[in-house]
Write a protein that binds this ligand. Structure first.
Ligand code: NAI
Length: 281
């Protein structure tokens, strides 16, 4: 797979575009309009320049040259693989996959979603090629974290999953684990209830923010506490994943607590908006 497409150039899409271009692949990234394209380019440039300063890439400019940012989905027509990384909203993803199915020409091309929690089957059945649709779920920050979850639906061909494994393992040098098509897959099904429990602990006055996070950092050797992690993931995404898990399993431990809902209502989404459980410069 030489020609990769990415839809969405936010936190995750920019990371997926970056690691693909760093692997020498030709990348086309689609965003919603001028402002989003400019923001995406800035994100990519800042990350690649950081990698260059650290000696992780020889030339940021050379990698950026392999990435084309566009506002037109039609520019994905010749892609071998398209990875979708737009907002975590089922209706938006279904509408997008319907269009991708029309746009991407090769019947052998793979259509993948980076969704954290939406069943792959819902997306796959929006296309006429569900055998070639699967979840390729990266972790944030994509250039740093080595894990990818591969999520075939009941209709995905084994060959599709094997080709995706080849892409993430051989081309990107990442480690893949496989999960059945269940909301949250492996990692978020374990991680999100843990983060929600920390938010409930804060909300109920059981403990303060820093005590909760320090407890897990110093007492359980986590690299960061659950509240800092929620800020990193984005509180909107955290809530969306919780809602998908709750919808699927109907277990109270997956229900988003009111504090999380109010923070999302207020636009306090974590690092990406400068304020969440912490404030960022
Ligand atoms: P984000 O909000 O940073 O980025 C989403 C981007 O998609 C925005 O730039 C938006 O303009 C763009 N977009 C929305 N609709 C579009 C469309 N129709 N066409 C083209 N672009 C469109 O969100 P983030 O965090 O990057 O999440 C993206 C996906 O990745 C979600 O499905 C999320 O669940 C998943 N994910 C998120 C992780 C995280 O830690 N934030 C980790 C792993 C997966």
């Amino acid at each position: 797979m030489q020609k990769v497409g990415v839809v969405g150039c936010g936190l995750m899409g920019s990371g997926i575009a970056e690691v693909s271009a760093r692997a020498g692949l030709d990348v086309v990234v689609v965003e919603t309009g001028r402002a989003a394209i400019d923001a995406g380019r800035e994100r990519l440039t800042a990350s690649l320049e950081r990698a260059e300063r650290k000696g992780k890439v020889a030339s940021a400019a050379e990698v950026l040259d392999r990435i084309t940012l566009t506002g037109s989905l039609e520019d994905l027509a010749d892609r071998d693989l398209v990875v979708e990384a737009i907002v975590e909203d089922e209706a938006a993803k279904v509408a997008l996959f319907r269009r991708l199915d029309d746009v991407v020409v090769s019947p052998e091309a793979l259509l993948a979603s980076n969704t954290s929690s939406i069943p792959i089957m819902k997306i796959a059945t929006a296309t006429k090629r569900p055998t070639h649709v699967l979840g390729i779920h990266f972790f944030n920050p994509v250039p740093v974290l080595p894990l990818v979850e591969l999520v075939p639906s009941l209709l995905t061909l084994d060959e599709t999953t094997d080709r995706a494994a080849e892409f993430v393992g051989t081309a990107l040098g990442k480690h893949a684990i496989r999960s059945k098509d269940r909301a949250g897959f492996v990692v978020n099904a374990l991680l999100i209830p843990f983060i929600l429990a920390a938010i409930r602990m804060l909300e109920s006055g059981f403990a303060e923010r820093d005590d909760i996070d320090e407890g897990l950092v110093r007492g359980a050797a986590h690299p960061q506490g659950p509240l800092a992690l929620a800020d990193l993931i984005g509180l909107d995404t955290t809530r969306a994943v919780a809602e998908s898990l709750y919808e699927e399993f109907k277990e109270p431990l997956y229900a988003p607590p009111p504090l999380l809902n109010r923070m999302v209502d207020a636009g306090l989404l974590g690092r990406k908006t400068g304020r969440g459980f912490y404030t960022y410069a």
